[in-house]
Structure formats: structure tokens, C-alpha cells
Design a protein around this ligand. Sequence first.
Ligand SMILES: [Zn+2]
Ligand SMILES: [Zn+2]
Length: 281
Amino acid sequence: MPAPTYEFTAQKRLRRTRSRAVSNLPVFSVSSLKPHEIDPVYMTLVCPTCRTWVPINKPDTLRPKLSPHHTEKAGTEDPVRCPGSHRLVVIDVDVERWYQRLEEGLPQTDGRRSTRVIRKPKAGSAPAVMQIVGVTVDDKTARKLDEAHVQGCSTCSVRDNKGQTLRAVEVASRCADGRRLAQLAAHTKRLAPARRKAQMDREDWNDRREWGLRLLHEQQWDTVSRPVGDADLQRVRDALAALIKTLNPTKADAPQLTAWERADLMSAITLLATQEEQLSR
Ligand SMILES: [Zn+2]
Ligand SMILES: [Zn+2]
């Protein structure tokens, strides 16, 4: 039998399909943009060249770049590619700091803090972080899960000689699942009042968001119909404050926005922030 022969010639390798194109424009850092021009949660930003929202490609790698994009609206014939396509970026913001900057930037003009107090959109606190577990499973569901487990588990139940479940054994002698369920039931029972409050806060939160969007809408009409005054500036700031509040990433049980809703909201914030800048000049 002939010995197998091996081919030592190097195989021609397939070229990587990923684009290595890099923009001629210099690298820029995300932190050089204004906070309302970045969304570090979704890794999108306002392209410094064409001012449209653009995602950052491969943000977790060593060479994150701006996605290739056109400067015209989608569907335009012969679109022109923005020179900012494939531009290298340095991601140097974290979500918490970014949000802080976004909030702090609010009433600020010319680098000094305005003494004007921003009116609170509506009374009521934002939902607290504490009820995370209580939000996923309510007390009733947890109790039912626990009861169902006891019914079916011989370790967790005390039965009569006909096999009928009489009651649950004490927590310490239950099986691992049973113990977890008992704890969950006890935990959610304790949290129930807070949970109901959180539910109300969430509704309040949605109200606030709607309120902000309504103000934004009114503002857009107002700027075309009459000259701007102090009240308009205040209104823009109020709307901005309300919208920024709804973005808050630090509230773990705040209603999660879809990517689209969030993009919408960020565009609205950018628009308002720019308007605010122009009005307060
Ligand atoms: Zn661009
Ligand atoms: Zn069990």
C-alpha cells in the first residue's frame, strides 16, 4: 500500500469578506461629541460629517468604525456615500457617565449653570431599582407555582395513606426546587405592595413620556408660527428634561424601549437640544 502523500503547497486563502476600508478622516473619540449626539446603549452616534445617526460597527473590537452610510434619505437615486463611512472611532464613554452628562447639560448655557429651575413634569418618583424580581413574577403566580410543585413532589408534601397531599413540609426539608419556589413565594409576597406601586410608577412614567412628546410636537408648530420668547425656551427645556428622563438606563425596571422607540427618542432629544442651544444664544 503506497504511503499517503501530503501536499505542502500553501493553499490559496480566501480573502476576508469584511471590508477593511477606512475613511480618510482622522480618528475621533466618542467623548468629543455632545452627549445628545451619542447613544452608548445602542452604540449609535451622530456622524460629525453629515449629522445623521449612524451605528458603530464592531464596537467591541480594537478597530470600531462608523457604518458605511449615505447622506441622503433611503431610496434616493444615486446616493452619495458620506466620507465619514468607515471612520475609525475611539469609544471612550460609559453609559452612566454619558447619562449624567446628558442630564447635567440640560439647563446649562455658555458653560455656566442656569439658575432657572426646571419644572418637574409631573409629581411622582421614577420606579425604584429594588423590585426587579417582584416585577418578573408576581406574588399570585409564585404562590401557584409553589402549590403546584408541592402537589406533584413527594419530598415537599406530607400525604395521607391514600396519597392525598395534606400540606407542604417545612421549607428546610423540601427539595432544591421546592425550597426555591417557597422562597420566591415568600419574597414576592413581601414585595407585593412595592410591586403594585411600581406598576403605578410605570404608568406615570409613560404619561411623562407622552407629555414630553406632546410638548415637542407643540414646540415644532410654535417655532414656525411666531417669534420665540422666554416661555418657549422653558418649554423646550421641559420637553427635553421629560424625554431624557425616559431614557434613563440606570433604572433597571424602567420599561424597556425597543431599538426603534429609542432611536426615535434620541432623534427627538437631539432636535430639542439643538433648538435649546439656538434659543438660549
Ligand atoms: Zn456621515
Ligand atoms: Zn419538591
